[in-house]
Design a protein around this ligand. Sequence first.
Ligand code: NAD
Length: 373
Amino acid sequence: AAWEKEVRRSAKPRKDGGIAVLVTGAAGFVGTHCSLALRARGDGVLGLDNFNAYYDPELKRARQRLLAGRGVLVLDADINDALLLEKLFDLVPFTHVLHLAAQAGVRYAMEAPQTYVASNVAGLVTVLEVAAKHADPQPAIVWASSSSVYGLNTDAPFSEEHRTDRPASLYAATKKAGEAIAHTYNHIYGLSITGLRFFTVYGPWGRPDMAYFFFAKSIVSGEPITLFRAADGADARRDFTYIDDVVKGCLGALDTSGKSTGSSKSGKKSGPAPLRVYNLGNTSPVPVTRMVAILEKLLGKKANKRIVAMPSNGDVPFTHANVTHAAHDFGYRPTTSLDAGLRHFVDWFADYYKLKLDVPKIAAKVAGAGKPS
Ligand code: NAD
């Protein structure tokens, strides 16, 4: 069939030695950037996404069009569709799966708890099940966990060895469950699985449900924004991590996720398949109030701020990554400051919405703010 031909074309590496990657959640924020980067370096990429309406599906369609323009096909499909996944593994000998599809967002978990279980627990199991039993060869899996697994830890910066048994939200609990499930599939089926704990990723083509994005919208429209202050009076802080840094980390993790740890040259039997977990953060937490101040400067407009006590809604007071392991194993080194990263975001934001929301004035201001000061 025509669609099968398209699947094979999209997934075929264009360079010798390129990898063939199935990217789930490919029309998502991180999935779009990773798919573009893989494609740009000559790897084969097939995306899938269910285009759910948790946030603006049109933004996901726009990302899908962007990817299509670079030769990457993103299928409309759910990760719980095991038959379709099996069919895709029949069509393509994927070397890797970059599993990013999930129900993201901490607060929405209080409104739609079952969505988190369906995508982040059942969906992960479906992907691992098919990869373990129905794919030949078995692909190496790299998947998105989250910094939220550190929950109420206070001993920052967070290292991978720190305790993760106190999730503060159902979202965090499903990611923690995912890490346990990864252990099982590695243990029983010898799947190579790498979990990446992302720390508040932001940038162009970002997620409208995340603070930096909806704060930018509110500043433009004059709507009030609500900031949370912890019980001890401290501002909430986040280890904001720029998307390009995260993409480098994802590609590094994919490239070192190979199944064998033994030497094939010596003819020795391969060692056990690796099970790994890495922090991908920026290592320099910033108060959310500082993030708002940078946005105000870039947008040329003051925010209408309301500061309230931090509610018990799953948010944690701060996050802070130690990235020693990712640095050691695949040279991960975040290099983008929040000022520089937000400048790129606002540039994109103004460009994207000037067509849709008619904010040409903002675009002009951002162009001014983009000049080196
Ligand atoms: P995103 O919501 O933009 O991307 C996820 C994509 O998965 C969406 O396009 C969505 O439509 C799709 N999806 C959801 N459920 C699906 C299902 N059942 N079947 C098929 N597709 C489905 O989020 P993102 O920011 O790109 O996050 C990517 C991954 O990283 C997620 O697993 C998220 O939990 C994790 N993560 C993100 C951050 C961050 O700051 N962005 C931080 C920690 C962890």
